[in-house]
Design a protein around this ligand. Structure first.
Ligand code: FE
Ligand code: FE
Ligand code: MG
Length: 165
């Protein structure tokens, strides 16, 4: 990384790289959870749910991209082996073994809540210490907050629909 760009950091770079690689692992697992969920989901409102899952999958992949660029910029290496995603993840991976819409929505709401907690912690940690990472994580957090709300809105629609039948 550029000399001055490193000098302005008021945080330990190795510690920061570890944290960013953990978030990077989360994003790949979240990406796959959404992507595979969009393929297998079944039940009422399927089309609306698929559209949202596909959108969120694309966002999570973009987050992985953003994190990998920052990791490289800081002189680190993004995790190279998928098996290491599991060892580093904060939020884990929920396989959509029950493909019913409500189950898939619930699993993903849970994932978004974990992502919000994770990024909110990274914001606290980088505040006034690494403005570049702070800004990047803030952008990601804004997306995760939107994701949670989108999914909760779908759960609400689902529940309204089910209560009428
Ligand atoms: Fe994300
Ligand atoms: Fe998300
Ligand atoms: Mg959305």
């Amino acid at each position: 990384m550029g000399e001055r760009g490193i000098q302005i950091l008021k945080i330990n770079v190795d510690q920061l790289l570890k944290i960013l690689n953990k978030a990077f692992s989360d994003e790949w697992l979240a990406y796959y959870q959404y992507w595979i969920g969009s393929k297998v989901v079944k039940g009422p409102m399927k089309e609306a749910v698929i559209a949202e899952l596909v959108q969120h999958a694309a966002d999570e992949l973009r987050h992985a991209d953003m994190l990998s660029l920052r990791i490289v910029q800081l002189g680190g290496t993004p995790i190279l082996r998928p098996e290491d995603w599991y060892k580093n993840t904060n939020c884990g991976y929920d396989a959509p073994e029950d493909p019913y819409v409500k189950n898939i929505l619930d699993q993903n709401v849970k994932g978004e809540r974990c992502a919000i907690d994770t990024y909110s912690d990274i914001l606290d940690l980088t505040k006034d210490k690494d403005p570049v990472t702070y800004n990047l994580v803030l952008q990601i957090l804004q997306d995760e907050v939107e994701h949670e709300e989108d999914l909760q809105a779908l759960v609400e629609d689902y529940e309204m629909m089910m209560s009428k039948t």
